[in-house]
Design a protein. Sequence first.
Length: 452
Amino acid sequence: MKALLPVKCRDDLKDHRILVPFQISRMEIESIAFGTHQFSCNASLHSGHSLIVSRPLFEKLLVPYEGNIHVFVHEGTLHLGPLIGIFTAGFTSSIIRPIGERSLFFSKLLSTEKKVGAYMFLFGANHINWEDGTMEGFMFTEHGWCKKTLPFPHVVYDRLPNRRTEKHRLLAQTREKMQKDYAIPWFNPGFFNKWNIHQKLMIEENIVDYLPETHNGVTIGKMEKLLSKYPFIYLKPTNGSLGLGVYKIIYNREEEAYYARYKTEDFINKLQRSSSLEALLSHILKNRDLSSYLIQQGIPLMKVDDSFVDFRVHTNKDDHGKWVVSAMAAKMSGKGSITTHANSGGIIKTIPEIFTDELELETAIHKLTHASLLISEAIDTHLPGFIGEIGFDFGLDKEQRLWMFEANSKPGRSIFYHPKLRSEDILTRKLSIEYAVYLTENTIKNPEGVFS
């Protein structure tokens, strides 16, 4: 059984005493656990609504502070949880900003724990004490950031910042050891590979129509063939993000010239012209290997106020492990930009700001909702591990046909800068914690089956 209760510590209770409210008294409780720490206990019923734990036991369990927490009772053990570890990298020596410029995002995420009933902390590979099964975790309270010694968590939420960090040997070994040796579910591991996702989705008959024609093993011949079929194409890095390294390639038949629009590493929008595709690629790619790229059919997107528009949809799993749409927004392209990313001058709009006609608004929301949930289920089915959130980039063409351009396992949060999307910002964070509650309960009840 599961209940959400205030957990309190009392000095007048001796040894391993706990007082349990009547609502969870149906089973014999012989031990109490928090994360991977577990101790025998002497449980008695009381008429209050709180779970009261003796000071010695509270401290042995390493419960960081009193608060509302979920209580799970299974096979004689009362589990307090979830204890959620957020795994990341890039820690600093400052307790005020322990994770640098990302400290604000993480403080918002950790502040959401009280809305759900959980304990959350940040940790990196160097914060683990393998010998005694504890971690030095960074928690965020009303007094700011603090460090606490904590047990190993029930679940780990992967928030590594980029693909390069993810490939670091120590970080990969940490993830593998915690999953294999400690059976700790690790959700949202890894960044999606664009080609791998495309291949998985191409076998789904009800999803194929959302996918632009896409090819890997890029050659000049393949690009010329696609340019003969479509007004323009995109050249994308297989493992790219934030629109970096994306090139819009256009062939102007009247001029017999090739053009490339792209964004530099300094986020400057550029336009390059050449009389041959070979010369153009040699200039923009600077001898980088074409094999690390994909080519994709260009879609003439709908326009609003002379700006191209695409859509970001966030999906999350809820406390039942079911996919739900948690946020939806439009992104308008900046001047001279091939993408709608905010760092290229893109502007965030709510969906009602784009579709002022009520019927058009309802139709667009229905299309985006249906497609994002359908594709979330498919990705979840085809990829290993625990996926808790996905960010999609969709586009509507001039005929209002919906296309899916990208799926991201660690979606950016630039859309939440819009003041009318603050509730969605909170919801996406809240759902990540609720999914951790779901994983915790399932791991406690069926520790082997949750990985099957």
